[in-house]
Design a protein around this ligand. Structure first.
Ligand code: MG
Length: 251
């Protein structure tokens, strides 16, 4: 029996960095009646909150205490307690580590001609426990990002390898639509799932995970590799149809 449904965020429950639709929020709220729901993302709480959590909060009667929010791959963990979202723990990079990572990304991206001259927002973002490169900037439109991703499939791998060669002591992963996530080694969505299991006492057999990048090398793959049952989706609509079926089966 699955006790927790866990979801990647970008392209699994939302279009990259966009608010969840009312339909998705409704489906998640419906599932919260029967089981816990975890949302794990490479993004920070500042992005997950407005785009997903605030949309779920709008659903009348929703039980927020069954929601587990894990920004930046579970290096932060939020629960709803006494009427507010409370940070349970945080694991951040040091200032020196961050500086090394910033330098490695900028140098590599410039070398490969992947440093956008007029980005929409920051190209490199400090997410405290994770540093993220977004090719077109954090605020690029979904259309621009999908077009870029399509045109730069091979180059993204090259950037990943080049950054990794500069800072081998860190973990470098291709993520989101145009992003590269850099963390301490061992910080990935499997790490987040282990933290979730520790916090809840739930076993990996009791988790069902939804992700759009479950193939080897994708940022959801570590969850599959640790032996959690996974459902591969292409986009949030796939997840919505699956959720509709699951919600209907109450326990
Ligand atoms: Mg995703």
């Amino acid at each position: 029996m699955k006790k927790i449904l866990a979801f990647d965020s970008d392209d699994t429950i939302v279009v990259s960095k966009m608010p969840a639709t009312a339909w998705m929020a409704q489906l998640l709220a419906e599932n919260l009646k029967y089981r816990d729901v975890c949302i794990i993302s490479g993004t920070g709480f500042d992005v997950i909150y407005p785009n997903t959590v605030a949309q779920i909060e709008k659903i009348p009667g929703v039980d927020l205490t069954r929601l587990h929010i894990m920004p930046t791959c579970g290096t932060r963990y939020y629960r709803y307690q006494d009427g507010e979202w409370r940070l349970q723990y945080q694991e951040d990079l040091t200032a020196e580590q961050k500086a090394r990572i910033f330098e490695a990304i900028e140098t590599s991206a410039k070398e490969l001609d992947m440093w956008t001259e007029n980005p929409a927002g920051e190209i490199i973002e400090d997410r405290l426990s994770q540093i993220t490169y977004s090719a077109l900037g954090q605020k690029a439109t979904p259309e621009d990002k999908y077009a870029w991703a399509e045109a730069n499939k091979e180059k993204r791998k090259l950037l990943n390898d080049t950054v990794k060669a500069r800072i081998p002591e860190f973990e470098v992963r291709t993520a989101g639509t145009t992003s590269l996530d850099i963390t301490r080694p061992g910080i990935d969505k499997a790490y987040g799932m282990k933290k979730l299991m520790e916090a809840t006492g739930v076993s990996k057999e009791e988790i069902l995970y939804f992700g759009d990048k479950l193939e080897e090398g994708g940022n959801d793959y570590p969850v599959k590799a640790m032996g959690v049952d996974c459902i591969a989706v292409r986009n949030w609509e796939d997840t919505a149809y699956a959720l509709k079926g699951i919600a209907a089966v109450s326990e």
